[in-house]
Design a protein. Sequence first.
Length: 103
Amino acid sequence: MARYRHRVNIQKRERIFDGEGWKYDWKTIDTVWASISPVSARERLEWQKLDVEVTHKISLRPYPGIDRVDHRLQFKDRIFTIVSILNPKEMGRRLDLICNEGV
């Protein structure tokens, strides 16, 4: 069972006009409790077979609407890009976000 001891910000990418044109920026839409852990060497190798770089698994309670394209997570000064979203055993009790730090 995941222990949610990290406060993470869920950020959403927004399109804004800055006077010179349109650009994308990130806005914090919520702060939730989560569990952050590095992936094992074995898990990292499995993802590399798919040509995907992953560094961490972040578990949190289900969050409606979160996706890997328009959302990312922030923990203190660290940024985590979402690579994949898993629903263990299809139980709807938690989400495991497979992430890459610093991208």
